[in-house]
Design a protein around this ligand. Structure first.
Ligand SMILES: [Zn+2]
Length: 400
C-alpha cells in the first residue's frame, strides 16, 4: 500500500514539476483545478484515517512530541489546532458511516466533513439532509445549517455549560510578529468582561477625541484591554518557597526537612526548582522558625541571564518544538550535579519537554543552532565512549 502511495507521490511531483500552464487551454485548466480538488479531498481523507491510527497506536510517544496532534502538526506542516481538529473529526466519523463513506470517496472536503460531523453527532437524524446540502450549497451555507442543527440539539442552559467546559484563552505571535489572542468563553462569563472593557474604551475614546485624535473604536478597545494590565495595581505574583539549601541541592527532602509554598501544602523539590526556573519564586531558607536569608541560591536565575536567555531561546530549544509561552529555564547539567548557572549551561524548554528531561530520561546536548534532543546517551560523535546506555547525568556541555 505504502509503495503505491510512493508511486502516486512521484507521479504527482513530476506532473506538477513539468506543468506547462501557459499552454493549457482555459477549459482544461478548469478541469485540472477540479481534479486537484479531488486529489486534495482524497488526500485529506487518507491523512485523517492514518492520523487516527497514529494516535491509537501511540506510536508518536517515541518521537518526543507532546501529543499525537503535535507530531502530526510537525510532520504535515499544519498548526496544532488543525491537527487536533483532524483527530477529533476521525473520532466523530466512526459514528457516522454515511459521512465517512462520502469523505473517503472524495465527495466531501475536510472543511465540509468537519461541519457535518460536529452537527450530526449531536443529531444523527440530520446527517442525510446535511450530506445532501453539502452537494448543492456552499461551505458557508452548510456551516449555517450545521450551527442551527447543533443549537437545536441542546437546550440553552446546556450550551452555556458546554462552552464553559471548553473555555480557553490562546495567544500566539503571527507572521508580522504581532501578539494575537483568541478567547472562547460562555457568553454569560464574557459579558461582564466586555462591560469593563467597553466602559474603559469609551473613556479612552473621549480623551482621545478631546486631544484631536480619531482612531477606530476597536483600536481603543484594545487600549482598554491593555489598561486592565497596568495601573490596576496588580503586582507580579511572587511565590515564596520555604526550602533548605541542602534539600534543594539534593533534589528532594529527607525526614525532618520541609519544602512548601507559603501557606500552601508541601510541594516536591522538583516543583520548587521548576517554579524557580520561571522566575516567580523567592526561596526562603528556614532554620527553626527564623528566616535565615532569602536565598538567591545558585539555581535562581539572575535577571540579566534571564534576559539573555529570552533573547537567545525565543522558543523551546527542542528541535521541532516551537512553543514560545510558559517556557521554563533548564540547567542542562543539573544544578544538583554541579551544573553552573551560566548561560552556556542554561536553555529554555517548554513545560512538557522540561518534564521529559527531568523525569523520563530525555537529554539535551549541543548548543544554540545545534541542539540535540535524545533519549538516554548521546549519539556518539566524539571519541569519548559512553560507559553505559543509561547514564543519569549527561556529560558536561561544551564550554560549560
Ligand atoms: Zn518543547
Amino acid at each position: 500500500m505504502c509503495k503505491s502511495l510512493d508511486e502516486i507521490i512521484d507521479a504527482l511531483r513530476s506532473f506538477v514539476g513539468s506543468f506547462d500552464v501557459q499552454r493549457l487551454p482555459a477549459q482544461q485548466a478548469m478541469h485540472v483545478v477540479r481534479q486537484f480538488g479531488e486529489i486534495e479531498r482524497l488526500t485529506a481523507a487518507g491523512r485523517t484515517l492514518a492520523a487516527d491510527r497514529v494516535q491509537n497506536t501511540r506510536a508518536w510517544r517515541a518521537t518526543g512530541s507532546a501529543s499525537a496532534a503535535a507530531w502530526i502538526a510537525r510532520e504535515t506542516g499544519s498548526t496544532l489546532s488543525q491537527a487536533s481538529a483532524a483527530l477529533n473529526n476521525a473520532q466523530r466519523l466512526k459514528q457516522l458511516p454515511a459521512t465517512r463513506e462520502a469523505f473517503l470517496s472524495g465527495q466531501l472536503s475536510e472543511a465540509q466533513t468537519t461541519e457535518i460531523t460536529t452537527a450530526a453527532v449531536m443529531d444523527h437524524s440530520a446527517e442525510a439532509s446535511l450530506l445532501d446540502l453539502a452537494g448543492r450549497e456552499s461551505v458557508s451555507a452548510l456551516r449555517e445549517r450545521c450551527r442551527d442543527v447543533r443549537a437545536a440539539a441542546v437546550g440553552d442552559e446546556d450550551v452555556s455549560e458546554r462552552i464553559r467546559r471548553g473555555r480557553y484563552l490562546r495567544h500566539w505571535l503571527d507572521r508580522d510578529g504581532a501578539m494575537r489572542m483568541d478567547i472562547r468563553m460562555a457568553p454569560d462569563d464574557g459579558a461582564p468582561l466586555l462591560v469593563v472593557i467597553k466602559s474603559r474604551q469609551e473613556k479612552i475614546q473621549r480623551e482621545a477625541r478631546r486631544a484631536g485624535q480619531l482612531e477606530e473604536p476597536e483600536a481603543y478597545a484594545a487600549d482598554a484591554l491593555l489598561s486592565l494590565a497596568d495601573g490596576a495595581g496588580a503586582p507580579k505574583a511572587v511565590v515564596h518557597v520555604h526550602v533548605s539549601e541542602a534539600s534543594l541541592e539534593r533534589g528532594h527532602t529527607i525526614a525532618g526537612e520541609t519544602c512548601r509554598v507559603d501557606g500552601v501544602a508541601p510541594i516536591t523539590v522538583t516543583a520548587a526548582q521548576r517554579l524557580a526556573g520561571r522566575g516567580v519564586v523567592k526561596l526562603i531558607q528556614k532554620e527553626g522558625v527564623e528566616v535565615q536569608r532569602v536565598a538567591h541560591v545558585g539555581r535562581v536565575i539572575p535577571a540579566h541571564l534571564r534576559t539573555a536567555l529570552e533573547e537567545r531561546d525565543p522558543t523551546c530549544v527542542v528541535p521541532g518544538c516551537d512553543r514560545r509561552f510558559g517556557l521554563e529555564i533548564d540547567h542542562i547539567v543539573p544544578f544538583a550535579s554541579g551544573g553552573p548557572t551560566r548561560l552556556e549551561n542554561l536553555a529554555r524548554l517548554c513545560r512538557w519537554h522540561h518534564s521529559q528531561k527531568t523525569h523520563h530520561g530525555w537529554r539535551l546536548y549541543g548548543g544554540p543552532g545545534a541542539w540535540e534532543w535524545t533519549r538516554g546517551a548521546r549519539k556518539v560523535r566524539s571519541a569519548a565512549p559512553l560507559t553505559s546506555g543509561r547514564n543519569d547525568h549527561p556529560p558536561p556541555s561544551r564550554g560549560g
